[in-house]
Design a protein around this ligand. Structure first.
Ligand SMILES: NC(=O)c1ccc[n+]([C@@H]2O[C@H](COP(=O)([O-])OP(=O)(O)OC[C@H]3O[C@@H](n4cnc5c(N)ncnc54)[C@H](OP(=O)(O)O)[C@@H]3O)[C@@H](O)[C@H]2O)c1
Length: 294
């Protein structure tokens, strides 16, 4: 079966594409900028171009990974965030509807407001705390409105790809590599780390079951940014040299408001006995040990 992947130059696609190939699928990767030789150019906000790609490839599935993932840029440029994440996803879903293609849409814990003390499950009502979350939720709603054969899979704090990771874990690693001996890290924001390698494996296993629906998919357990930084230092073998100081998020203002909690529970996967995700500590340890001497 042919599979068209959007956002093919991104951090998650770097694990999802090889996993699809290992499972015997023929993969065609597209992204807005041709950052890799093996991918083709496609801006998902251009509906004509989306249709043309679909007509060329005739995919059985679209794995829609493309998004504006910069939370602060989304807050400052809401039109851009809505165009890519809401209208771009609507374009993909309309093309799927037109040609009878099944869709996998990757969404986010950012659809939740963050005031629930326990981790969010699929039966909790979404209520985003920032523009990025609203735009991704609008993407989910377009998929649900237009299609019946879809997977919406919400990821937590994504980790993967080492130096291509624009997010938290590599930012901490970078500070350590620069020789910092004191790291000040936010201790009042909580989430569920999601390793792209684990996610890709569980995602393809889920899709192969054909059990369409809405799923949360994060590594087991949750943590504050501070907890994760402490573990990074420990797994890098630097506990004696590097101190992690907990700070309040008010001391570290950002353009977009962040939810207090983006913790998620893979409840739906658990109920169908398909939660294959290891604990975040286990995966972080393996990830650091594999990459730290690069
Ligand atoms: N990263 C996280 O922590 C996280 C957490 C939960 C869910 N997710 C979701 O997981 C999915 C994959 O995220 P990721 O971490 O792999 O993000 P990423 O590394 O930023 O990859 C997204 C890709 O989409 C591309 N893109 C942006 N605008 C586009 C457009 N108009 N047309 C086509 N492609 C476009 C980006 O290109 P440029 O970089 O050139 O703009 C980038 O290559 C996204 O749907 C995201 O919302 C991510």
């Amino acid at each position: 079966m042919n599979i068209l992947v959007t956002g093919a130059a991104g951090m998650l696609a770097a694990e999802v594409i090889p996993e699809l190939k290992r499972n015997g699928f023929k993969v065609f990767g597209y992204d807005v900028n041709q950052r890799l030789p093996e991918i083709q150019t496609l801006d998902i906000t251009n509906f004509e171009h989306v249709l043309k790609a679909v007509e060329d490839i005739k995919p059985g599935y679209i794995f829609h990974l493309a998004a504006e993932t910069d939370v602060d840029r989304s807050e400052k440029e809401p039109d851009h965030a809505f165009k890519v994440n809401a209208v771009g996803t609507e374009n993909i879903a309309l093309a799927c509807q037109e040609y009878g293609i099944k869709l996998v849409y990757i969404s986010t814990a950012g659809v939740f407001f963050g005031d629930k003390p326990e981790p969010y499950n699929e039966f909790d009502a979404p209520r985003p705390a920032n523009i990025y979350g609203v735009s991704k939720l609008q993407g989910e709603m377009a998929v649900q409105r237009l299609l019946s054969k879809y997977f919406i899979v919400r990821a937590g704090w994504m980790v993967g790809g080492w130096e291509i990771d624009k997010k938290f874990v590599y930012k901490i690693v970078q500070q350590i590599k620069e020789g910092k001996t004191e790291l000040r890290v936010v201790a009042d924001k909580f989430g569920s780390p999601t390793f792209t390698k684990d996610f890709a494996g569980n995602l393809v296993a889920l899709v192969k079951t054909g059990r369409y629906g809405l799923y949360h998919m994060t590594n087991r357990g949750s943590a504050s940014r501070y907890d994760i930084a402490v573990k990074i230092v420990e797994y890098m073998g630097l506990k004696a040299k590097v101190t992690v100081v907990p700070i309040n998020s008010a001391q570290f203002p950002l353009p977009a408001p962040r939810a207090r909690s983006e913790m998620m529970h893979n409840y739906h996967l658990e109920l169908i006995d398909l939660d294959l995700m290891p604990s975040w500590e286990e995966s972080l340890e393996a990830y650091i040990k594999l990459n730290k001497d690069r």
